[in-house]
Design a protein around this ligand. Structure first.
Ligand code: GH3
Ligand code: MG
Length: 320
C-alpha cells in the first residue's frame, strides 16, 4: 500500500494512538488528533484519505465529530471508520447510519485493523482513478470540459489571491466538417488527436492547461499571462497548427487551421465570472467571420471596442 495516503487517527487515549501508529506507520502517512476539535481542524486542513475515529471521547463524541464532517463540503466525502469499545448492534447501527463506512471494536486485533484500513484505502485509490478518468476526454486523452470547469475555478482563485491576469483561449478547427466529409470520420478522429497532442505540447508551463471542450473546440488557460503574452502565444499555436502536416490514409498529407479567440481578466471576485469565457468565445466568432485561421483578442473590459487585436494571414495591423 502506498504511503501517498494519509490517515487521520482520532483517539483521546495516548496509548491507543501509539498502538495504531505502530500498526499503520508502514501503510500510510499518519496524522493524529486527541479530541474532536483537533480532528475537525486536521480533517479540513490535511484532507486525509481515511479517518479512524474513536466514539467515546470527552468534550465531543465521535458521533458529534462525524456529524460535523458530513455537514462540511470539504470533508463530507472522507471515509470514516469508527474504532471503539462500544460494540453493541445499536452502537454499530448508529455509527453506520451517521455515515461511517466501517466499524472496528476495541480491543482491536491488529491484523484485522490493518486489513480493514488496507481495504478502504484500496477503495479510495479506485475512486480516485475513476475520478481522474471521468475528467479525461475519451478520444484524445487530454482533459475534458468537466476538468476545465474545475481548473478554471482553481486558477481563477489563485489569480485573485495574487492579483494576476488570467488568459483564456477558445480554439476551433476550421471547416472540420469538410475533413469528415472528405476523408471519413476515422480520419477526422485522428486529426482531433493530432491537434490535441500539438496543443498539449504547446502548453508546457506549470499552471497552463488545455482541454477538449467539445467537438472540434479546445480551451486553453494561461494563468499569470497578460493579454499581450497570451495573444502572442495564441498566434504561435495558430502558426504551428497551420504548418503541421497530418498524415491521411490515402498518403496525401492534410493541412488544418485553427481560429482562436482570447480574453484576459484580472479576477476581482471569488466566483468565476462567465464574462471571461463569453468574451473569448465572442472573439472566436469574430475570428471565424474575419476569414478563419486567425486570432482575435477581446478588448480589455475598461477600454471597450476599438482595441480589438487580430493576427492571421492578411490581417490588418490593429490599433493597440
Ligand atoms: P467552422 O470553420 O465554422 O468551425 O466550420 P466546421 O466545419 O469546423 O464547424 P461545424 O460546426 O459546421 O462542424 C463541426 C464538425 O465537427 C461536425 C461534427 O460532426 C464534427 N465533429 C464533432 N466531434 C467530432 C468527433 O469526435 N469526431 C469527428 N470525426 N468529428 C467530430
Ligand atoms: Mg469548426
Amino acid at each position: 500500500m502506498s504511503t501517498d495516503f494519509t490517515v487521520l487517527v482520532v483517539d483521546d487515549e495516548k496509548h491507543n494512538r501509539q498502538l495504531l501508529t505502530e500498526l499503520l506507520q508502514h501503510e500510510c502517512r499518519l496524522v493524529l488528533a486527541k479530541n474532536g476539535e483537533q480532528a475537525l481542524a486536521r480533517a479540513s486542513e490535511q484532507q486525509p484519505d481515511l479517518i479512524l475515529l474513536d466514539v467515546v471521547m470527552p468534550d465531543m463524541s465521535g458521533h458529534a465529530v462525524i456529524r460535523q464532517l458530513k455537514e462540511d463540503d470539504g470533508t463530507r466525502d472522507i471515509p470514516v471508520i469508527f474504532i471503539t469499545a462500544l460494540d453493541s448492534f445499536d452502537d454499530q447501527e448508529t455509527g453506520l447510519e451517521l455515515g461511517a463506512v466501517d466499524y472496528i471494536a476495541k480491543p482491536f486485533h491488529p491484523p484485522i485493523v490493518r486489513a480493514r484500513v488496507r481495504n478502504h484505502l484500496r477503495l479510495v485509490e479506485q475512486r480516485r482513478l475513476l475520478e481522474q478518468l471521468a475528467m479525461l476526454d475519451n478520444l484524445t486523452g487530454i482533459p475534458n470540459r468537466r476538468r476545465f470547469v474545475e481548473t478554471l475555478a482553481q486558477e481563477w482563485r489563485r489569480c485573485l489571491r495574487h492579483a494576476l491576469p488570467l488568459s483564456l483561449i477558445v480554439a476551433d478547427i476550421d471547416h472540420f466538417k469538410r475533413i469528415n466529409d472528405t476523408y471519413g470520420h476515422a480520419q477526422g478522429d485522428d486529426a482531433l488527436r493530432s491537434v490535441a497532442q500539438a496543443l498539449k505540447w504547446a502548453v508546457h508551463r506549470p499552471g497552463d492547461f488545455v482541454c477538449r471542450y467539445g467537438g472540434e473546440e479546445f480551451v486553453l488557460l494561461l494563468p499569470g499571462v497578460d493579454a499581450d503574452g497570451a495573444f502572442a502565444f495564441a498566434d504561435c499555436v495558430r502558426q504551428h497548427i497551420a504548418t503541421m502536416p497530418l498524415q491521411t490514409a490515402n498518403g496525401k498529407p492534410l493541412q488544418l487551421t485553427l481560429s482562436l479567440g482570447g480574453a484576459s481578466h484580472v479576477p476581482t471576485v471569488p466566483d468565476v465570472s462567465d464574462a471571461l469565457f463569453l468574451a473569448a468565445d465572442r472573439a472566436l466568432y469574430d475570428a471565424k467571420h474575419a476569414g478563419r485561421n486567425r486570432v482575435v483578442w477581446a478588448p480589455p473590459r475598461a477600454d471597450g471596442p476599438g482595441t480589438r487585436r487580430l493576427a492571421g494571414p492578411g490581417a490588418p495591423a490593429m490599433p493597440r
